[in-house]
Design a protein around this ligand. Structure first.
Ligand code: AKG
Ligand code: FE2
Length: 347
């Protein structure tokens, strides 16, 4: 374990004591369980995901796909069209969506909330290339992205063992107690929004995750990913979110992840599924008098984008990389126009 990092506290001992689980998450902003999820089911999911990634051409030919040995020339991340092309093929896997509904996870969440819990329709996998560290998920609170309600729970789990070197999730225990959304700024990392290190203090906690290990945390808990410093391994993980029926839910999380890049629809996702039980499972549960759907507040992202424009005008390389990506993705959009002006202003 890196000397700067402390070990996450394991809560398996309190598994049958909902009151104690609630006390711990209320105090620390997270719960960490060893092997909460079945390693065999996750390994099967890993095989399916890696098979799709191999088809997408990201793996070194001749290597065992389950090892996830990446071709560095294919490196890309969220926001790149090449990323969405492969990711959205992964997104069509029925097993990937099912994994967000596994009872071992739902049981813990229902112990925490003491109410029925709805897995967000928007499931997320992260497919992170090695040595591509400018794009690592920066320090943030999940609320800026997923909104809805502070009592939304994120469940993060690697799909395979995930050492510190491969770059698992790290968090600041107790940081949720700030009880508000902190200032977020432009970042080149995944999600494009970061909290500045000057605005936080505390000790970062993480671990050498083993397959099945699961981290559950609150929407205000400050966290980040560690960089993937391995020579050649992809890091694959899931982050799914859970919402108490009756709390408002943001419209964004009812859509497929990264749908904006190619308008991926649920019908396309469902095309080859073998059963119907999870198709549109939320339809009767949201947009009801009890569970309102609220539009996403774009203010956080707009603020980050405005900062990227100013930084690019001043010649900031990361901001320029970000804006070039915006231009490539949708050259005729208003954002792309503003991005071009900002880059030209610097030249
Ligand atoms: O896995 C990552 O890199 C980011 C995950 C994250 O921020 C989350 O689970 O909320
Ligand atoms: Fe997050």
């Amino acid at each position: 374990m890196d000397e700067q990092l402390r070990e996450l506290k394991v809560s398996n001992d309190a598994m049958d004591d909902p009151q104690e689980l609630r006390r711990r998450i209320g105090d620390e902003g997270y719960l960490f369980f060893k092997r909460l999820q079945d390693p065999d089911k996750l390994l099967d999911l890993r095989r399916q995901i890696m098979a799709v990634i191999r088809e997408g051409g990201w793996l070194v030919p001749g290597t065992d796909p389950v090892d996830g040995i990446a071709d560095p020339s294919k490196a890309c991340t969220e926001g790149d069209l090449g990323y969405t092309d492969v990711y959205h093929e992964v997104y069509k896997l029925q097993a990937f969506h099912q994994s967000g509904h596994w009872p071992e996870v739902l049981d813990v969440l229902e112990k925490l909330t003491d109410k029925p819990v709805l897995p967000h329709p928007q499931k997320i996998a992260r497919l992170w290339f090695p040595q591509y560290t400018d794009h690592t998920t920066p320090i943030h609170q999940d609320f800026v992205h997923f909104q809805g309600h502070f009592d939304t729970y994120t469940c993060w789990a690697p799909v395979g063992d995930c050492s510190i070197e491969l770059g698992g999730l790290a968090l600041l225990p107790g940081s949720h107690k700030v009880n508000h959304v902190m200032d977020h700024h432009f970042s080149l990392g995944a999600g494009a929004l970061q909290i500045y290190t000057d605005d936080i203090d505390g000790e970062w906690h993480s671990t050498n995750y083993e397959i099945g290990d699961t981290l559950i945390f609150l929407a205000l808990t400050v966290h980040q990913a560690l960089p993937n410093l391995t020579k050649d391994r992809l890091r694959i993980s899931l982050d799914n979110r859970y919402h108490t029926i009756g709390d408002p839910i943001c419209d964004e999380v009812i859509r497929p992840h990264l749908w904006r890049f190619n308008s991926l629809s649920w019908d396309e996702i469902y095309q080859d599924w073998e059963s119907d039980d999870l198709k549109y499972y939320w339809k009767d549960l949201v947009d009801t008098p009890e569970t309102r759907v609220i539009p996403k507040d774009q203010g956080y992202s707009e603020h980050g984008f405005a900062e990227a424009l100013s930084l690019a005008k001043a010649g900031d390389e990361k901001a320029i990389i970000h804006l070039e990506r915006v231009i490539r993705n949708d050259p005729t959009s208003d954002g792309a126009r503003a991005a071009r002006e900002a880059i030209q202003a610097h030249v």
